[in-house]
Design a protein around this ligand. Structure first.
Ligand code: ADP
Length: 480
């Protein structure tokens, strides 16, 4: 049951396609204006033909009144000479002529039925009263013109001339026109329909090709370049896709590199431990001191492994899509003082002097844990890669938008060619030396990611054998 519903839903969704919209658009634009125009033209024709017929009938009416009223013949029932003229006119217009006097008595009727009777019709009474004529469209088939019977210089009407005339010929003409228009409209609808079907298929074709190519890509054929042809918009989409694909490829290769680096880094301590353990196991009568010495080495390797794993976890947590950011108002002076206090014993061991210089009190919206991690790594490096009895200087400053932390040292410095690489994961300038100092090559990556998470910037200035300065710039208000 559910399956049928989902199938119907899918069918409806696939019907609401761009092709359907184009089809409807062409049909509407092609057909609706034509129907409106035809209907408008036919109705204009009808009203024009009607007004022509009315003015023609009125002219005849005036002619009759002028000719037969002034000599008294029109209202004189005895005079039959008028009847012929009236009958002729009535037959020309396919209608009837009635003459009513002031008492509303019918004095003449071309049908001869109403003579002598009283005719009380609204428009007749009005015509007599107002001394003005009017036209009424009776029941669609007949029109009626009423005209006051009066001499040209008189204000009061002596009677009313009622001329009824047929509208059938106008109606039949309109009907013929309507029929012809309908035939043409049907032919045009069919033609526009065919054009719309073909046109919409042609317009939608590049999109269908694009869809096929992209489905092919999503199956994993990322090595192929896409090239859509058609409109300039589609070409732009294919360029964007190629950029996206090359970005995905570079992400994929950096991911693979990272995984292989991680495995390598994690394997190194394990290999050392294995070598140490094996050499103990293969020797006989090993003195207790050798055991102690080797186990101390194994312990160091375990610690190193632990450090790498912790650093990797910190790095993963700094990934925006995985970790959460806990932003709060933090006193940066206190934060830096805390870090320096914590690291001071390590510095003192090598006679390194630590100086904190604050230009102003700074509070900022930051994630305290993540920012501490970044700054700690910088200061730890400044101690690790320093000379004995050297110095580390940390300074804090701010303007209206950012605060700036500067970590300078009197250490060994970083060679120019390595300065662009030190933020890469696992990169170490001197592998042997960092092993001694316990570096994992992840510290600066962690620092950079934490700074990036705060929409800040980190830069390095260094000269070999003179010292290194890292500057960090972070916005005072957190930018999500
Ligand atoms: P590590 O854990 O090895 O210290 P980092 O990512 O923190 O890794 O640093 C990468 C490399 O950059 C280090 O191995 C070191 O060679 C160099 N480096 C970092 N900070 C300094 C510094 N203050 N002085 C000299 N070299 C440094």
């Amino acid at each position: 049951m559910l399956d049928i519903f989902s199938r119907i839903k899918y069918k409806i969704q696939s019907l609401v396609s761009m092709r359907l919209y184009i089809l409807l658009l062409i049909l509407i634009v092609g057909i609706v204006p034509m129907i409106v125009l035809t209907a408008g033209l036919i109705s204009a024709y009808r009203s024009r033909a009607l007004s022509l017929r009315v003015s023609e009938v009125q002219q005849y009416g005036s002619f009759i009144i002028n000719r037969f009223f002034s000599n008294g013949a029109l209202m004189n029932t005895e005079d039959t000479s008028v009847d012929d003229e009236l009958s002729l006119m009535a037959s020309i217009y396919g209608g009837r002529i009635i003459v009513v006097n002031q008492d509303l008595t019918v004095v003449r009727d071309t049908y001869g039925q109403e003579t002598g009777k009283i005719l009380i019709a609204q428009d007749v009474v009005r015509c007599l009263k107002n001394n003005s004529g009017s036209f009424v469209n009776r029941s669609g088939q007949y029109g009626e013109v009423t005209m006051p019977v009066a001499s040209q210089d008189s204000d009061t009407a002596q009677g009313v001339l009622v001329i009824t005339f047929t509208l059938r010929n106008i109606d039949s003409m309109t009907r013929v026109l309507n029929q012809k228009a309908t035939v043409y409209i049907i032919i045009i609808i069919l033609a526009v329909g065919v054009i719309a079907l073909i046109g919409s298929k042609l317009i939608a074709r590049p999109l269908n090709v694009m869809n096929k190519t992209l489905s092919h890509l999503s199956e994993g054929y990322l090595d192929e370049e896409v090239s859509f042809t058609g409109y300039s918009e589609i070409k732009k989409i294919s360029d964007s896709f190629n950029r996206l694909i090359s970005r995905m490829k570079s992400l994929e290769s950096s991911r693979q590199e990272f995984v292989s680096n991680v495995s390598h880094e994690l394997k190194t301590p394990i290999t050392s431990m294995k070598v140490l353990a094996d050499s103990l196991l293969t020797q006989e009568n090993v003195p207790a001191e050798t055991y102690r010495e080797f186990l101390t080495d194994i312990n160091e390797e375990v610690e190193r492994e632990n450090k790498i794993i912790n650093d990797l976890l910190s790095l993963v947590k700094l990934d925006k899509s995985v970790g959460e950011v806990h932003v709060e108002e933090v006193n940066i002076n206190e934060l830096l003082e805390g870090i320096l206090k914590r690291l001071n014993p390590i510095a003192q061991k090598r006679g390194i002097e630590m100086v904190f210089e604050s230009f102003r009190p700074v509070t900022a919206e930051v994630d305290e844990v993540k920012l501490s991690l970044a700054i700690s790594n910088l200061i730890e490096n400044a101690i690790k890669y320093n000379v004995d009895d050297g110095w580390v200087r940390v300074s804090l400053n701010a303007d209206h938008k950012y605060f700036y932390v500067k970590v300078s040292d009197s250490g060994i410095g970083i060679p120019d060619e390595a300065q662009g690489l030190i933020f890469e994961r696992f990169y170490r300038v001197d592998k042997a030396r960092t092993r001694e100092t316990g570096g994992t090559g992840l510290g600066l990556s962690i620092a950079r990611n934490a700074v990036m998470l705060h929409k800040g910037a980190i830069k390095v200035y260094s000269k070999e054998n003179e010292g290194t300065t890292f500057t960090v710039r972070i916005p005072l208000s957190y930018i999500p």
